[in-house]
Design a protein around this ligand. Structure first.
Ligand SMILES: [Fe+2]
Length: 243
């Protein structure tokens, strides 16, 4: 196992306090609206919610659960090819930067609260983890830039900003919703459009990395993401990867 790809920086007391405050506030906010994968995965991940987690230990825990490891995202948005190459190799890129206290409600930078609180619970589930690997491999099988951009948007509107239908209600599936107090509340407003996940529409909808989204897409069930990848591969004639 390769866990030396993540480093543990030295955090200040203020950093630990920001982490603890975000965990405390966000746990309350997401409790009634988080999807099943988060509800089940978060306690399994068992993060220290008072002190910033040790990335090497967290990487080992995820590796034992699903064979994924964490890797260093160099505290910024990776280029898409580099991002999907990591996914294809079962490595999830994480930053080690924590937002400033005045950015608690919203930060445009993908800080470690976004990564650890928003994403990592999902990687305790084998089916989700395998689907993330398929995302990476499908991206690498794509034939041109248009297809690669489309796959990046499919990832964005599922794993980052998706809703999912569960037991007759809508739950939050995307890490960008689960980890952002501001966007979580915005996404749940009655007037915010939440529409069925229609591939041709999703791939024409640019993501909003630096502001909140104006529309969200709904997954029908946990198997829907895998079906989306298969359907897109078939539509575009891209070889569907094997695990
Ligand atoms: Fe993310």
């Amino acid at each position: 196992m390769d866990s030396v790809r993540v480093r543990t920086p030295i955090y200040t007391e203020e950093d630990h306090h920001t982490w603890a405050e975000l965990c405390r506030r966000q746990s309350v906010l997401v409790a009634p609206v988080a999807c099943r994968l988060f509800e089940v995965g978060w306690p399994k991940l068992n993060l220290d919610q008072i002190h910033l987690p040790n990335p090497v230990e967290v990487s080992s825990r995820i590796f034992e659960a699903t064979g994924w490891t964490l890797t260093d995202a160099q505290n910024g948005y990776l280029g898409p090819t580099e991002w999907f190459e990591h996914l294809a190799e079962r490595r999830f890129p994480v930053t080690n930067y924590i937002r400033r206290p005045d950015e608690i409600a919203f930060t445009p930078n993908p800080d470690l609260f976004h990564e650890y609180f928003g994403h990592l619970a999902f990687f305790m589930d084998q089916d989700f983890a395998d689907t993330a690997e398929l995302f990476g491999k499908l991206y690498l099988n794509a034939g041109d830039e248009r297809q690669r951009l489309a796959i990046a948007r499919l990832w964005w509107y599922t794993t980052e900003f998706g809703f999912i239908r569960e037991g007759g209600s809508l739950k939050l599936y995307g890490a960008g919703l689960l980890s952002s107090p501001g966007e979580l509340l915005h996404s749940l407003k009655p007037e915010t459009p939440r529409v069925p996940f229609v591939i041709p529409e999703v791939i024409e909808t640019p993501g909003a990395a630096y502001s909140m989204h104006t529309k969200y897409f709904i997954l029908e069930d946990e198997g829907h993401v895998r079906r989306i990848l298969k359907d897109f591969a078939a539509m575009e004639g891209i070889l569907f990867p094997s695990l």
